[in-house]
Write a new protein. Structure first.
Length: 185
């Protein structure tokens, strides 16, 4: 699994998927719940990053059912449902995350993102403060890899508000991230 995780970090998703799939085919041999849960967490994230949201959701739900304590899995659950226009499910998972008490430091950033998801779903008129808080934390939490869902969500929100200048700004930041930072985590 370490090799697959390395490919995942390097954004070589096809290789990571192949290894994860191979491990899943032999999951009956895994006698450790933590390892099995981690496998589902990682394959869900890998599929999520490829925008294979339906599959990502299946694995994320399996990870949760096994007792996953990886807070990032809620990004998959909320944002994949958002991308699939399953807004009530996106809302449900955002709220569920906010009601949990994750101990990881990264949970602060993820919590702000979940509040942003809810604000976008509720079409709140001003999300600038939340967006600014998240933006200020992104450099400190590169391992969370929140930039793609964050900038995508901002772009969608500003387009829905007919604020095309801000939508283009968010889209430019996404493109810049993909161009310059995506492979340097």
């Amino acid at each position: 699994m370490h090799k697959a995780n390395l490919y995942l970090k390097l954004k070589i998703y096809s290789r990571a998927n192949l290894i994860y799939s191979n491990l899943l085919s032999r999951k009956d041999q895994i006698q450790n719940n933590l390892v099995e849960t981690s496998l589902y967490d990682n394959i869900a994230w890998c599929l999520f990053m490829q925008e294979k949201d339906e599959q990502a959701l299946e694995y994320a739900k399996q990870a949760l059912s096994l007792g996953s304590t990886f807070p990032d899995i809620y990004i998959v659950l909320a944002f994949s449902n958002y991308r699939l226009h399953q807004f009530e499910l996106a809302r449900q998972f955002a709220i569920e995350f906010l009601e949990k008490n994750f101990e990881e430091e990264r949970a602060v950033l993820i919590g702000l993102f979940m509040k942003l998801v809810l604000a976008v779903l509720d079409q709140e008129p001003d999300i600038a403060s939340l967006a600014s808080q998240i933006t200020s934390l992104l450099p400190d939490f590169r391992a969370v890899e929140l930039e793609i869902p964050f900038y995508s969500l901002l772009t969608d929100y500003y387009k829905s508000q007919n604020d095309f200048s801000r939508a283009l700004d968010a889209q430019d930041k996404l493109v810049s991230y993909l161009k310059f930072n995506f492979n340097f985590h």
